[in-house]
Design a binder for this molecule. Structure first.
Ligand SMILES: NC(=O)c1ccc[n+]([C@@H]2O[C@H](COP(=O)([O-])OP(=O)(O)OC[C@H]3O[C@@H](n4cnc5c(N)ncnc54)[C@H](OP(=O)(O)O)[C@@H]3O)[C@@H](O)[C@H]2O)c1
Length: 187
């Protein structure tokens, strides 16, 4: 088994996932950069490897059960645990000529969005929970929008002042789920 902390970031080939990967790797954490495209994933990992960072590409489409299973099997075999899971992969679609209003959003857009942003996150998390529980201090980070936050919408002023990161304790003593949203949406 390989030592040192290990993290898995979904949707790591660009955007927030890429930058999260960089910053975790800069802390000396081995980062498995999940991406659904082999080409884009390898290119992103190569860019950080060139900077001397301990990252690797791992093929991971969060809507594909076989890829989730393969990723978990590989991580279990090599590391025996997962210290950090960053659920970052997400889509925001709008069909040409429409806006995603209640009246016009299409069922296809909704299905694709829920498959990736909701079911992908749930299935990845369920699959990796046994490996995260093997970590002495496992973490799950769900990168999300603040918009659907019930707490924030109920008490907008208090929340925008107080909560950039809300940590909610999970059942395991050593495990926390962190709900983060971008400060851009707070303004
Ligand atoms: N940026 C913001 O202001 C903002 C605000 C609210 C919420 N968020 C959330 O933050 C997360 C990252 O946002 P971002 O701005 O960095 O987005 P982004 O630049 O569009 O990156 C999204 C990443 O997710 C990947 N992805 C999409 N579907 C996937 C799938 N089925 N399996 C695996 N990977 C998949 C994309 O891969 P491809 O390159 O292959 O498409 C890409 O790597 C998302 O969950 C987003 O909803 C962002």
């Amino acid at each position: 088994m390989e030592g040192g902390k290990v993290a898995l970031v979904s949707g790591a080939n660009k955007g927030l996932g890429f930058e999260t990967s960089r910053q975790l790797a800069q802390l000396g954490i081995t980062v498995l950069m999940g991406a659904r495209s082999v080409g884009r994933g390898k290119a992103a990992a190569k860019e950080l490897q060139k900077a001397g960072l301990p990252v690797e590409f791992i093929r991971l489409d969060v809507t594909k059960k076989d890829q989730i299973d393969q990723a978990a099997a590989m991580i279990k075999k090599r590391f025996g645990r997962l210290d950090i899971l960053v659920n970052n992969a997400g889509i925001s679609e709008e069909e040409a000529g429409t806006q995603n209003s209640t009246e016009t959003v299409s069922g296809n857009v909704l299905r694709r969005t829920f498959d990736t942003n909701f079911f992908g996150l749930v299935e990845l998390t369920q699959k990796f929970l046994p490996l995260i529980r093997k970590s002495p201090a496992g973490r799950i980070v769900n990168v999300a929008s603040g918009r659907p936050s019930v707490v924030r919408e109920r008490n907008r002023n208090a929340c925008t002042a107080m909560l950039h990161v809300l940590q909610a304790r999970c059942s395991s003593r050593s495990m926390w789920t962190t709900y983060a949203w971008t400060s851009a949406e707070e303004s």
